[in-house]
Design a protein around this ligand. Structure first.
Ligand code: 5U1
Length: 669
């Protein structure tokens, strides 16, 4: 093989490996900037040698020429649906039927989450993805190969060896909760359709005839089974099949377990129901599948559903209630958000009293009025929203709602910005609501993380005239704070200490804390690994668009933010107050660049995840297991077998102080 070919091969192998670690093992080993650097290297080399571009290269995921229509795919094996159980009795009855037919006292099941997404079939031939199809009616689906190829967590080629020559993988395409929020924010900013829920967003994204649009959507995939298997062997249990799929490069939900008997099934259901709101994606139930494939074959199926599987649905997350009032809230960026005040109602286990109506267009489209009876929906920890009005229950003489022409807080004119769905208060930071919200955001946990400085306290400090913008936080004195109502000496001291501690921050957190429109945590992180602050301040829209996932709209928001002298002055005052951070640029990290770390045991002053983030931000890799390629093992309390292995392989072992020393030394370079 020529040297260019082997270089291309090596780049693709490395990128696929990083992608596998990120998407399948949920254990990234390099910072995004390093992935981007290699990706750009591959793009450049493929551009020079177009004849050497392969169909399964990581660069071949950006979308293709739009289709006229989707062609039909006849499923060789039908894609079945699932019977539902809505109670413990239903589940027990299912288990009894299974035990009776198999003549067993207890049955082993695989328990999985049931994602609220779209069922998809992926066909791999000789390890290459050759076709992807929707479920359709179970017999015939649509060919969505071009769209599916853009989903980064779906391998274009299977990893390792041992997979069947022809293998159909089945699973669910979905959008995570944060992906959904970010997508709708983008849609709103571009005056595009707002999706009602992550499932609709995933469906809409997959039904695009132009796969370049799909490529820009945050679609993900989890495999949950197989269809066709030819020319090869697969394990004899469903759980083991899922493990094989994972080893071949396909993502499988981490919430998957082998359970025996009903007690364990119900235990799994309860555990997932408890953490449902914290899961990063929406689920609508749990699926139990008889684990042994021979048993599955013995049970067979009736009409469209297998006798060996059942879905236990969670209680609905929709409810009916009455709109008591519609108020308009002013957000951090001045956006006016209509909010329905509701007659309290229980939805998915919590009492809901408010639901967002998003923006003027949404209220108008849904025509929600005071006094209406409405259906509201609460999905996970997403803010409850009004789904629709029940028109038959509308009261006579009700008035359509219109957005105010002035900001309800500062009375500045409300403006509709060209190209945006939101109506905004034009008062900027002179608007009390915007000023307060921007300080609340700055102090929040994911931003500067000022412990104890919550919404109420910010409002109190603002109303007492002690702060006007974020920089004033760093000049509060003990006497002023202690004199506040319900405060006292100790709380004032704690607050001032927390503000002091927040001065040592991370650059991405600082950027995010500034509250630049549409600069969320991911964008802030991407910016921070590319630029220093003065470079961002000077950057043009074009410079900013070079950064991963930053498009012209976000770039324009950043340029505008730093063009406003008031913002520049405030940022300057914050820095003069002593806020500092360490560089996150991969090329600024030297000693740790490329070194592989494993972290084990409990660290006293930071979590394993925090330690991992700090190492990765300096260009180090963090792996889950010790091998001869490990450079350092960081061992906290109760390190377990990894410490023994590290010692046997002569890997350098660091305690917590050693870790800080190496991080500190790297900072000095
Ligand atoms: N996790 C999971 N979801 N889900 C949906 N497994 C699963 N299996 C399905 C469906 C419709 O069907 C097969 C059991 C046929």
């Amino acid at each position: 093989m020529g040297s260019v070919e082997s270089k291309l091969d090596e780049l693709r192998r490395q990128l696929n490996d990083y992608s596998y670690r990120y998407h399948v093992l949920d254990d990234p080993v390099v910072p995004d900037a390093e992935y981007d650097r290699l990706y750009q290297e591959l793009v450049k080399l493929e551009h020079e040698y177009p004849e050497l571009v392969t169909r399964d290269s990581p660069t071949q995921r950006v979308g293709e020429q739009p289709l006229g229509e989707f062609s039909e795919v006849a499923h060789e094996l039908p894609m079945l649906s699932l019977d539902n159980a809505f109670s413990n009795e239903d589940l027990n009855a299912f288990d009894k039927r299974v035990r009776d037919r198999l003549d067993l006292a207890e049955v082993q099941y695989t328990a999985e989450v049931k994602l609220d997404g779209l069922a998809i079939s992926l066909l791999y031939e000789h390890g290459k993805l050759v076709r992807a199809a929707t479920r359709g009616d179970g017999t015939t689906g649509e060919d969505v190969t071009s769209n599916i190829r853009t989903i980064k967590s779906i391998p274009l080629a299977l990893r390792t060896t041992g997979f069947p020559g022809r293998l159909e993988v089945r699973g669910e395409v979905f959008i995570s909760k944060t992906g959904f929020e970010e997508l709708n924010n983008r849609q709103r900013a571009q005056e595009e359709k707002i999706f009602a829920n992550p499932r609709n967003a995933a469906a809409g994204s997959l039904r695009q005839l132009d796969s370049r649009i799909t490529a820009a959507r945050p679609l993900q995939f989890f495999a949950h089974g197989i269809g066709i298997v030819d020319a090869g062997e697969i394990p004899e249990s469903h759980f083991d099949i899922l493990q094989s799929l994972k080893s071949w490069g396909l993502p499988v939900s981490a919430e998957t377990e082998r359970v025996a008997g009903m007690e364990q099934c119900i235990g799994f259901y309860r555990r997932i129901a408890d953490i449902r709101a914290q899961l990063p994606y929406e689920i609508d139930g749990i699926v139990f599948k008889v684990d042994d494939l021979e048993h599955q074959a013995e049970l067979g199926f009736v009409s469209r559903a297998p006798r060996w599987a059942i879905a236990c649905k969670f209680p609905p997350e929709e409810a009916v209630t009455e709109v008591l009032d519609i108020e308009v809230q002013v957000g951090r960026t001045g956006a006016l958000t209509p909010v329905a005040r509701l007659s309290p109602v229980r939805v998915g286990g919590v009492t809901v009293t408010n639901a967002t109506l998003h923006n003027a267009d949404e209220v108008q489209r849904k025509d929600v009025r005071v006094g209406d009876t409405v259906i509201i929906r609460r999905a996970g920890d997403v803010i409850p929203e009004v789904v629709r009005v029940i028109p038959e229950k509308r009261q006579e003489g009700s008035q359509a709602f219109t957005m105010p022409a002035q900001c309800p807080v500062c009375h500045s004119p409300a403006e509709r910005v060209e190209g945006e769905a939101a109506i905004r208060c034009s008062g900027g930071l002179y608007c009390r609501a915007q000023a307060i919200q921007s300080i609340i955001h700055f102090a929040s946990r994911t931003a500067m993380d000022i412990e104890g400085l919550g919404d109420k306290l910010v409002e109190q400090l603002f109303n007492e005239g002690l702060i006007r913008d974020i920089s004033d936080l760093f000049h509060l004195d003990h006497e002023q704070v202690a004199a506040l109502e319900r405060m006292g000496n100790k709380s004032a001291e704690n607050l001032l200490q927390a503000i002091e501690a927040s001065k040592n921050t991370r650059f991405d957190k600082f950027l995010y804390a500034l509250g630049i429109r549409e600069v969320g945590q991911t964008t802030a992180r991407n910016l921070a690994t590319h630029f220093q602050l003065d470079e961002i301040r000077e950057a043009t829209q074009e410079d900013l668009c070079q950064v991963r996932d930053i498009g012209p709209v976000v770039a324009d928001n950043i340029v505008r933010f730093f063009r406003d002298e008031r913002n520049v002055a405030i940022v300057g005052k914050v820095i003069s107050a002593g806020v500092v951070w360490e560089s996150m640029r991969a090329d600024d990290a030297t000693e740790l660049q490329g070194k592989t770390f494993v972290i084990t045991g409990t660290l006293a002053s930071l979590s394993r995840n925090e330690a991992k983030e700090r190492l990765i931000s300096r260009g180090a890799k963090v792996s889950g297991s010790v091998s001869a390629r490990t450079d350092y093992l960081v061992a906290g309390e109760n390190p377990g077998s990894k410490l023994d292995k590290a010692r046997s392989l002569d890997v350098r072992v660091l305690d917590e102080a050693g870790l800080f020393e190496i991080l500190g030394r790297d900072e000095d370079v």
